[in-house]
Design a protein around this ligand. Structure first.
Ligand SMILES: [Zn+2]
Length: 372
């Protein structure tokens, strides 16, 4: 038997920002060895282990990295203490999402002890919080029948989420002395575009509500108080539901952009010993509400219907393996990335049983239609 709460406390203390997940990886590697599995680290910094078996494989997955704690003094408890108060384990990553990782290891231990016959793969990925580099790297080699992704959901089954895209608008002008040039200034073009964007109709998704585009940053070049800029660049953070698609969002942005050039930048993220390059485009994901594996999972957990997360996850990249992705994790998603991050130990313990039940139900259902 493995103590999920003790493992979670060790994981929270093992601070693991994106790109430096080593401490969390080491804690999990030790826990996996303790239950008789052989963890393997890939070149992207992901940690993987297989409980062998026959029949369809179920993959349990989550990310090793956490967002920064910010000002430690703003926390009621030190953010990397893993301290327990009134039944809650506190700290950065307790909810997002080291609680799920600890519960997945404990659930696998429980399945091993119970003699569960199927294969269960554990995949703990790096660099999720900076765009999913770890999952994007690993997806190509995966071939499970079903994937369970442990992002926090308050133990509610989830079947997808909104997408996010980051268009940039570039307003070109002619750099000049502020004392000498007239009213030609790309900042005025920016102003008109911002006014149009405030009123732009981007539509709503029947399941996830209104689609949004928020201006988040402006870059002025050159950046000087007495120079008319030669170029102004606006960054937008757009969120959209699975039913709209990126094309609808981008065409609404282009309508508001006027003469500005619109592009979606690429980013190169160093993870482990490799670099993964991808655009600032994090697609939505939606598993059909009547998918047979989802129905089996809902029945196993006694839940009516699956929800949709407002934030993006690794699901679209994991789904490139061809397997459906089901979301299920302990913790209140509203506490993720905050200075109030804490996980109820009762909920953590419930997650251990929940993951074990899910693996059994998905294995049973997948065995019916996909003989392994
Ligand atoms: Zn997360």
């Amino acid at each position: 038997m493995i103590d999920a709460a003790a493992l979670l406390a060790r994981l929270v203390r093992a601070e693991s920002p994106s790109g430096a997940e080593g401490p969390a990886r080491a804690v999990l590697a030790e826990a996996l060895r303790a239950i008789g599995l052989e963890p393997v680290e890939d070149e992207a910094g992901n940690l993987e282990a297989l409980k062998p078996g026959t029949g369809p494989e179920v993959l349990l997955t989550g990310h090793l990295d956490v967002v920064p704690a910010g000002d430690a003094g703003a926390w009621p408890v030190p953010p990397f203490s893993g301290e327990v108060r009134d039944g809650f384990l506190w700290g950065r990553g307790a909810v997002d999402m080291k609680g799920a990782l600890a519960a997945m290891v404990a659930a696998t231990a429980r399945l091993l002890e119970a003699g569960f016959p199927g294969p269960v793969r554990l995949l703990f990925v790096a660099a999720e919080e900076v765009g999913g580099a770890g999952s994007r790297h690993a997806a190509g080699r995966l071939a499970p029948a079903a994937i369970v992704l442990g992002e926090p959901s308050g133990l509610r089954l989830m079947r997808g989420h909104r997408g996010r895209i980051e268009p940039h608008l570039v307003f070109a002008g002619t750099q000049g002395h502020a004392a000498l040039t007239g009213l030609e200034n790309p900042l005025f073009d920016l102003g008109r575009a911002l006014a149009d964007l405030a009123g732009v109709e981007i539509g709503a998704d029947p399941e996830t509500g209104p689609n949004t585009c928020q201006p988040t940053q402006v870059r002025v070049s050159p950046n000087a108080i007495n120079v008319v800029p030669g170029e102004v660049e606006l960054t937008l953070d757009c969120r959209y539901g699975p039913g709209v698609g990126r094309a609808g969002v981008l065409s609404a942005v282009r309508r508001a952009a006027g003469a500005a050039r619109v592009y979606v930048p690429e980013r190169a993220v160093r993870t482990g010993r490799t670099t993964v390059t991808y655009p600032f485009d994090f697609p939505p994901y939606a598993l059909p509400a009547d998918h047979p594996l989802l129905s089996a999972a809902l029945a196993a957990l006694g839940q009516e219907a699956a929800g949709l997360w407002p934030f993006t996850t690794d699901a679209p990249y994991l789904a490139r393996s061809g397997a459906p992705v089901l979301g299920y994790g302990p913790g209140d998603p509203a506490l993720a990335h905050t200075t109030e991050e804490r996980l109820s130990l009762a909920e953590l313990e419930a997650a251990v049983g929940g993951y074990a039940h899910l693996v059994e139900a998905l294995y049973r259902e997948a065995s019916r239609w996909k003989p392994g």
